[in-house]
Design a protein around this ligand. Structure first.
Ligand code: ADP
Length: 322
C-alpha cells in the first residue's frame, strides 16, 4: 500500500482533527502518501481530494470541529453515485480509506469495501453520542460530557437561588450515555433515557417529596432520544405544580477544544486505523475496550445495532439521588 485517504463524515465531534492528524502522521511515518477528502462523502464524489503533508495537520490537535469539514450526503446510498467516488480514489492509486464518523458513515465505508475489493476501509468512531458498537468510547463523548457538566454547574447556581426545578435536554440521538454520565456527574435528581422506561408520575412524586424535605432545587436530565425537555415539562405538570424551566443545551455540546481523553483516544485510534490498513485489514471499525485497542467487523457492529448500556451505572445514579 502506497496511498491512503481520510475523511470525516456525519455529525462532527471534538477530536476529529486529532484523529485526522494521527492518520496523516502515522501514514507518513510509514512512507505512505495521505490524501484528505474534504466535505465527507460529498467531497469524495466531487473529487475534492488533496494531498496532506506533515504541516497540513500542524496546530490542529487542540481544535474542535474538523478542518476537513463534514457533510451529510444522502446520494452516497446509491451505487452509481458511490462508483463515481470510488473512481476518484482509483485514479490516484488510493488503496486505503479511513472514515471518521458515526454508524451512518460506517455504512458508506462498508459499501465501498463490498463493491470494491482493491480499496480497504477502516472506520474510526467520531461522534459525541457514544452510540457505536465495538468501542467503550467514541471520540468527542468526553468533551461533550465536560461541556454539559460545565453548563449544568452554572444552571445549578441560578436554580438554587430561585429554588427551581431545571429540565436539561442533552444530545445523544437514541443513546442515553451522555445523559447518564452527565446526570451522574452533576448529581441530577432524575435521568430520563431511551434505554429505561420512564414513570413520570413517580418522578413527579420524588420532586414533590424533595421540595417538602426542603430541597432547594432539582435537576432533571433528559436524553433527546427519549423526549424533549418541553415534553417532559408538560408531562410533569399533569401531576405537580412545579416551576420547571427547560434548558436545551443544543449544539454547544458538539463544539469546543477536545479534552485530554479525546485527544489521546483520537490519536490512538487514528494511528491504529493506519496500522490495520498496512496489515491488509478491511471493513473494520476500531475501538477501545478496557483501555485496549480493538477492531470489529462492520457487519458485527451493525448486527448488534445497540451500544451496550450500563444498567449498573443507572442504578447507582438512582441510589445517589434519593
Ligand atoms: P453519522 O455518520 O454521524 O451516523 P449519518 O447517518 O448522517 O451520520 O451518515 C453520514 C453519511 O454517511 C451520510 O450522509 C451518507 O453519505 C453516508 N451513509 C449513511 N448511510 C449510508 C448507507 N446505508 N449507505 C451508504 N452511505 C451511507
Amino acid at each position: 500500500m502506497k496511498k491512503i485517504a481520510v475523511l470525516t463524515s456525519g455529525g462532527d465531534s471534538p477530536g476529529m482533527n486529532a484523529a485526522v492528524r494521527a492518520v496523516v502522521r502515522t501514514a507518513i511515518y510509514n512512507d505512505i502518501e495521505v490524501y484528505g477528502i474534504y466535505h465527507g462523502y460529498q467531497g469524495l464524489i466531487n473529487d475534492d481530494i488533496h494531498q496532506l503533508d506533515l504541516g497540513a495537520v500542524g496546530d490542529t490537535i487542540q481544535r474542535g470541529g474538523t478542518f476537513l469539514y463534514s457533510a451529510r450526503c444522502p446520494e452516497f446510498k446509491e451505487e452509481s453515485v458511490r462508483q463515481r467516488g470510488i473512481e476518484n480514489l482509483r485514479k490516484r492509486g488510493i488503496e486505503g480509506l479511513v472514515v471518521i464518523g458515526g454508524d451512518g458513515s460506517y455504512r458508506g465505508a462498508q459499501r465501498i469495501s463490498e463493491e470494491c475489493k482493491d480499496i480497504q476501509t477502516i472506520g474510526v468512531p467520531g461522534t459525541i453520542d457514544n452510540d457505536i458498537n465495538g468501542t467503550d468510547f467514541t471520540i468527542g463523548f468526553d468533551t461533550a460530557l465536560n461541556t454539559i457538566i460545565e453548563s449544568v454547574d452554572k444552571i445549578r447556581d441560578t436554580a438554587s437561588s430561585h429554588a427551581r426545578t431545571f429540565i436539561i435536554e442533552v444530545m445523544g440521538r437514541d443513546c442515553g450515555d451522555l445523559a447518564l454520565w452527565a446526570g451522574l456527574s452533576v448529581g441530577a435528581e432524575t435521568i430520563i433515557l431511551p434505554e429505561v422506561d420512564t414513570d413520570i408520575k413517580e418522578i413527579a412524586e420524588r420532586i414533590e417529596n424533595g421540595i417538602k424535605r426542603g430541597k432547594k432545587h432539582s435537576i432533571i436530565m433528559v436524553a433527546e432520544g427519549c423526549m424533549s425537555g418541553e415534553e417532559c415539562s408538560k408531562e410533569l405538570l399533569k401531576y405537580i405544580n412545579v416551576d420547571a424551566r427547560v434548558s436545551v443545551l443544543g449544539h454547544i455540546q458538539r463544539g469546543g477544544s477536545p479534552s485530554g481523553q479525546d485527544r489521546v483516544l483520537a490519536s490512538r485510534l487514528g494511528g491504529y486505523a493506519v496500522e490495520l490498513l498496512l496489515d491488509g485489514k478491511t471493513a473494520l471499525g476500531v475501538g477501545i475496550r478496557n483501555n485496549a485497542l480493538t477492531s470489529t467487523p462492520f457487519e458485527e457492529i451493525f448486527r448488534n445495532n445497540k451500544h451496550e448500556f450500563d444498567y449498573n451505572m443507572f442504578k447507582l445514579t438512582k441510589e445517589l439521588s434519593i
